[in-house]
Write a protein that binds this ligand. Structure first.
Ligand code: FE2
Length: 323
């Protein structure tokens, strides 16, 4: 069934997003803003239910959907993944635990329903027909112990971070400001380095701090760098994200610019030459997989194909030097 039909089907009279001041939605994609939602302490995001889903993902051997960080326990970190997860959940109240589970919409139809419903509501609030431009959409849940920090980074996709349980501070930086976020950082990010953003104290003046409590959410525009700090309690938050066709177009230009810079050129940033932008985009579109099965494949398969011969050469050199 098409995304458009699934969005129509998900409309059932109940709401996910609160009816805040409608004016804030004019800032979609450009600036961050806070809004209210109806998913506070929602049973879909209870920790035991999430644990069951995560165990299923580990059973099926799909590590890309799952992430676990446990601070300061090397012995524990070498245990099998399922044991670590069970212990992490038991210890989440004690501290030092962070885990995420991605693509919830693929794991259970209830999450898919809520994602489509949310996209439909964003369309109603903005008047935009997003469904025709969405190249990828997905839900990721984050569970973290008190005071855990997610370091400074940025993401390609547009994101709505919903606080379900506990509290956290989200500091979002201005992605349009090229002192905050340089062309070089964006190029390295689209070349495959998710931590390409470099934090600078001087950039704080172009940032806004949002305090999230259960029932509030913050909108992250694409590429907006952010730092997330948990409050003094266990936090559950959910990210609803989607990538639109214009962001994908821009990503491919940055991938081309990354390569051009490696070759010693000073490439023009996107938006300065329609002809060059089109050529760069087309080149990386041809390199990319024609039927991507994940957001990562959609974004990075072209770049990975280009890098593949260099990876093989590196391995051969390593093997030759260490027979
Ligand atoms: Fe992020």
């Amino acid at each position: 069934m098409s995304l458009s039909n699934r969005i129509e089907q998900a409309k059932d009279g109940t709401r996910v997003i609160g009816l805040d001041n409608a004016g804030i939605w004019k800032q979609l994609n450009c600036a961050p803003y806070l809004f209210h939602h109806a998913l506070a302490n929602h049973p879909l995001f209870d920790i035991p239910r999430l644990l069951k889903l995560a165990m299923g993902v580990i059973d099926r051997g799909d590590p890309t959907k799952f992430g676990l960080r446990i601070e300061g326990d090397a012995k524990f970190n070498s245990a099998p993944l399922q044991d670590r997860l069970l212990q992490a959940i038991r210890r989440v109240e004690e501290g030092g635990i962070w885990f995420k589970l991605s693509s919830l919409e693929e794991l259970d139809r209830d999450y898919d329903h809520i994602l489509r419903k949310m996209i439909g509501e964003v369309e109603d609030l903005t008047g935009l027909r997003l469904r025709h431009d969405i190249g990828w959409s997905g839900i990721t849940v984050f569970v973290a112990s008190r005071n855990m920090v997610t370091p400074y980074h940025f993401d390609n996709e547009m994101n709505f971070l919903f606080q379900i349980r506990g509290e956290k501070d989200v500091r979002l930086f201005d992605p349009q400001n090229r002192f905050v976020l340089t062309e070089n950082e964006i190029e390295r990010f689209y070349a495959g380095n998710p931590m390409a953003g470099i934090y600078r104290d001087e950039a704080l003046e172009w940032s806004t701090l949002f305090h999230l409590t259960p029932g509030t959410a913050v909108h992250h525009p694409p590429l907006a760098p952010h730092i997330v700090t948990n409050g003094d309690n266990v936090s559950v938050s959910v990210s609803f994200g989607y990538a639109l066709a214009p962001e994908l177009y821009r990503a491919r230009i940055y991938q081309a610019n990354f390569c051009l810079r490696l070759l010693g050129f000073q490439p023009l940033p996107p938006g300065n030459s329609r002809f060059r932008d089109k050529l760069k985009h087309r080149t990386f579109e041809m390199l990319a997989k024609s039927n991507p099965t994940s957001h990562d494949e959609l974004m990075y398969s072209g770049m990975n194909r280009l890098k593949a011969p260099f990876r093989v050469a590196k391995q051969m050199i390593r093997r030759t030097n260490n027979p």
